[in-house]
Design a protein around this ligand. Structure first.
Ligand SMILES: O=C(O)CCC(=O)C(=O)O
Length: 278
C-alpha cells in the first residue's frame, strides 16, 4: 500500500492505516508500504552497504558460494550480518515509528530487536532457493495448533526490486497460519506443496518497508541484472529469555532513542561493533 502525503511527512501512520496493517499481517502474513524512506537516504545506505559487501565477498567468495552453505546452491544469495554502525543503525532503520507502532501492537510494547542483517541476491545466480519459512516449530511435532506471531521480519529494499533483479517470492494468505508442528524439519516438503500454490513476486520500490510474519513461506530468486539487490533484514521478537547477539558500543547505545534502547536492551551492549560476517 501507499501511505498518504500526511503519513509520509509526519513519519507516522494514521490510526486507520495502523489497524489495517496489523490486520493484514495477521490475516495475509505481511504488509508492504511502498517507497517510505527518501531516495537520498536509501542511496546512502546502498553505497555504504556495497562498501562493506564487495570486499567481504571477494575475501570469502569460496565459502559463500559453497553449495553446502545454506540456500546458496547456485543462487548467489548472501546473508551478511551488519556491524552496528552508522548509517545502518540510524533510527529511521532500527526504530522507525511506522514499524514500531505495528510491532508494539502485535508483539507487545516490551518486544525486542534480535537480528540485524541483510539478504542480497547477487548478479549471476542461476537457481531459486528452496521455498522456506524463516523459523522452525517451537514445540517440534508436539503441538498441532497455530501459535501467536513471535517474530516479525522487516525488510528495507535498497534498490528498486523488479522482475529482473531477483525479487523474493512469497506464498501469502495462510502459510503463516499452520499448526506449529508444520514448521518442524520433518513436516511435509514446502517446496513440493509450494509448486501447486499461489505465490507472488515481491516487487517494490527502493525504500519500501515490508513487514512479515517469519513463518510466511518464501524464497530468493536469481538476479539477472548487473547490480546487487540487497534487502536490509531486521527481526523483532516478542519478549522472552534471550542471549543477545548484536554487539553495540556503549557510546552508540547511549545516543539511541529511548525506544531503540528498549528494543535492544538484551543485546551485547558495551561491545565493539562486530565486523561484517555471513
Ligand atoms: O531474496 C531475499 O531477500 C530473501 C532471501 C531468503 O529468504 C534467504 O536467504 O533466506
Amino acid at each position: 500500500m501507499r501511505l498518504s502525503a500526511e503519513e509520509l511527512a509526519s513519519g507516522r501512520l494514521s490510526p486507520e492505516t495502523l489497524e489495517l496493517a496489523v490486520q493484514l499481517i495477521k490475516v495475509n502474513g505481511y504488509v508492504l508500504f511502498e517507497e517510505v524512506l527518501p531516495r537520498a537516504k536509501v542511496e546512502e545506505l546502498f553505497n555504504s552497504y556495497v562498501d562493506i559487501l564487495d570486499p567481504y565477498f571477494e575475501e570469502h567468495r569460496e565459502e559463500i558460494l559453497n553449495p553446502g552453505n545454506g540456500f546458496n546452491d547456485g543462487t548467489n544469495h548472501v546473508r551478511l550480518y551488519l556491524p552496528f554502525i552508522k548509517p545502518f543503525c540510524q533510527e529511521a532503520v532500527i526504530a522507525n515509528p511506522i514499524v514500531t507502532e505495528i510491532i508494539d501492537q502485535i508483539l507487545g510494547e516490551d518486544c525486542l530487536m534480535t537480528y540485524f542483517a541483510t539478504n542480497t541476491s547477487m548478479p549471476g545466480g542461476k537457481n531459486k532457493q528452496p521455498v522456506h519459512a524463516d523459523t522452525s516449530s517451537r514445540y517440534g511435532n508436539r503441538y498441532d495448533a497455530n501459535l501467536p506471531i513471535a517474530n516479525l521480519v522487516v525488510n528495507y529494499p535498497l534498490v528498486d526490486v523488479t522482475e529482473n533483479n531477483g525479487p523474493m517470492e512469497v506464498w501469502p494468505g495462510g502459510t503463516h497460519l499452520h499448526p506449529d508442528s508444520w514448521y518442524a524439519p520433518n513436516a511435509f516438503s514446502k517446496p513440493k506443496l509450494a509448486e501447486h500454490m499461489h505465490h507472488i513476486k515481491m516487487l517494490m520500490p527502493a525504500g519500501s518497508i515490508l513487514i512479515r510474519d517469519d513463518r510466511v513461506w518464501h524464497r530468493g530468486t536469481p538476479n539477472h541484472s548487473d547490480k546487487h539487490r540487497p534487502n536490509i533484514a531486521l527481526i523483532y521478537s516478542a519478549n522472552g529469555p534471550r542471549t543477545g547477539s548484536i554487539q553495540i558500543p556503549q557510546e552508540t547505545y547511549d545516543q539511541l532513542s529511548a525506544k531503540a534502547q528498549r528494543l535492544l536492551r538484551k543485546e551485547l551492549i558495551g561491545y565493539p561493533a562486530a565486523e561484517p560476517k555471513h
